[in-house]
Design a protein around this ligand. Structure first.
Ligand code: SAM
Length: 271
């Protein structure tokens, strides 16, 4: 059953597993982002749109017992999952709240850092999230955003029209749901409008070949999402099957590779 207000990709067990695997293959990138955010022991960090909290728990280990991490997400199911895992691990420095991040209700100037990964891209009003994050940061605190800036550039080589068709359907459904698959291009402006100084803009792009763990990352997304695109009329079943055939051929081709949809990490500081 779908949760009320759940985001485009749902909150069922498959999505929960997908987000866990996704964090696994992107954890190194996250760690580098947190370093650029200056997050460290004793800090208080907000995880905006934390989902089931795979990054939140790593952040909690980073800030240690003297620090604290607050995860907020609109999904009660994801929040309950995070709460249970934090309790099972005896992590008293994690707090979790069900909140709409477009209306962040947290004390002003109460965090040293804030992190938003793959969240703004799903929202109608991402600028409200950035403004809210700016309000809750202490002077010197940093907001780190990691998101797509040109989703349609996702590619599997050698190229095939069946892949372009699927990517176009994903983008159309995403936009119709109120999100922006290119939101990263707007984030620096959102930060300056919110009174943050942009300190770095870093491109994030990776290549995967068949057999790499990262090769499976888009596959887990396609498995969950393409049936939904067929049900909702964005994709025809024969287009989905054509895509699957291309994927299977590329997975067996030692000359194949995929390029992740280009992303950007933007870091802003509150002066
Ligand atoms: C792709 S997941 C990313 C989760 C997490 N940031 C990560 O990187 O693993 C997007 C998350 O944004 C949450 N979300 C979407 N719209 C939201 C809103 N308006 N308020 C709070 N959370 C929201 C979803 O529930 C989901 O957990």
């Amino acid at each position: 059953m779908r949760e009320e207000n759940e985001y485009l990709l749902g909150t069922d067990d498959d999505e929960l597993r997908r987000l866990g695997f996704q964090h696994q293959v992107w954890a190194g990138t996250a760690a580098a982002s947190w370093e650029r955010g200056g997050f460290g022991p004793g800090h208080s960090v907000l995880d905006i749109g934390c989902g089931p909290g795979y990054a939140t728990l790593d952040l909690a280990r980073l800030v240690g017992q003297q620090g604290r991490v607050v995860g907020v997400d609109v999904s009660p199911r994801f929040v309950a999952h995070l709460q249970a895992r934090a309790a099972a691990n005896g992590m008293a420095n994690v707090a979790v709240e069900v909140q709409d991040v477009e209306e962040l209700a947290l004390a002003p100037e109460s965090f040293d850092g804030a992190y938003a990964r793959w969240v703004l891209t799903f929202l109608r009003r991402p600028e409200a999230v950035v403004a809210g994050a700016a309000r809750v940061l202490r002077p010197g605190g940093r907001l780190v955003v990691h998101d797509y800036y040109h989703y349609a550039a996702f590619q599997i080589a050698p190229e095939d029209p069946a892949v372009h068709r699927v990517v176009a359907a994903i983008v159309a459904s995403w936009r119709d749901g109120g999100g922006d698959p290119n939101v990263g291009a707007r984030v620096p402006r959102m930060m300056t409008d919110a009174g943050l100084e942009v300190v770095s803009i870093t491109p994030i792009a990776r290549i995967a070949r068949p057999g790499d763990a990262l090769w499976e990352w888009p596959r887990t997304f396609f498995d969950n999402f393409l049936p939904h695109l067929v049900q909702t009329g964005y994709l025809a079943e024969d287009e989905r099957l054509a895509f699957d055939a291309v994927w299977a051929a590329r997975a067996a081709d030692p000359a194949a590779y995929l390029v992740s949809p280009p992303m950007v990490e933007v870091v802003g500081v509150r002066r």
